[in-house]
Design a protein. Structure first.
Ligand code: OGA
Ligand code: MN
Length: 199
């Protein structure tokens, strides 16, 4: 069902290493995911080091997160999409992705995420990053832009975190940052990995 999207993403990944797609999922799927994000009450401060929340540093990162679950509408839809993509990428590009993890993120007024890479060069754990935005009303004045840079740290692209916009990039090649949001900003950040799952 998602094959045309998978093809588009794969082509862009090969050609550019990243892609930004608007009006990404069908309206109904989007609405269910967005509703789950906003009715979730268990958002907790995010950590800096990959799988743990022990390493919190409010100077670098201020979002709060909650991991997606298969048992909810959002997890059922989004994780199914992502696992299909994982298979497609493995078959077409031999990436050997072993699993996908994803969390909702909530940036409240003033929250940001300093420029960073999702994976360190050479350390192969997070291979491909995805971000999916869940904000129905968002304009330039609301801040919270995602800024993407290239490998030489040259500015590449600004993404407004508008409803149903999807971003994907190679985790070790594109430094990126989230500018301070001026109101609540909802998204799903996810990663395809090639190591073993911890739990
Ligand atoms: C992240 C991240 C970008 C965004 O969670 O690692 O960079 O736009 N998120 O939310
Ligand atoms: Mn990131």
């Amino acid at each position: 069902m998602y094959t045309p999207l998978y093809e588009k993403i794969t082509d862009a990944l090969v050609k550019e290493g990243y892609v930004v797609l608007e009006d990404f999922l069908d309206e109904e799927s989007y609405k269910k995911i967005s509703l789950d994000a906003k009715s979730e009450t268990l958002y907790k401060a995010a950590g800096i080091s990959a799988a743990s929340s022990l390493h919190q540093d409010r100077n670098r990162r201020r979002d709060k997160i909650v991991w997606l679950e298969d048992s909810k509408d959002s997890g059922g839809i989004f994780l199914e999409f992502a696992r299909g993509l994982q298979k497609y990428l493995n078959r077409s590009l031999y990436l050997g992705l072993s699993y996908y993890e994803a969390h909702f993120a909530l940036y409240e007024k003033g929250d940001f995420y300093e420029k960073h890479l999702d994976a360190f060069k050479g350390s192969k754990n997070r291979v491909v990053t995805t971000v999916y935005y869940l904000n129905e009303t968002w304009s330039k004045e609301d801040g919270g832009e995602l800024l993407i840079y290239d490998e030489e740290d040259k500015f590449l692209r600004e993404v407004i975190p508008k409803a149903n916009t999807f971003v994907l990039f190679l985790s070790d090649k594109f430094p990126h940052e989230v500018l301070a949001a001026k109101k609540k900003r909802y998204s799903i950040a996810g990663w395809f990995r090639i190591d073993k799952r911890e739990s």
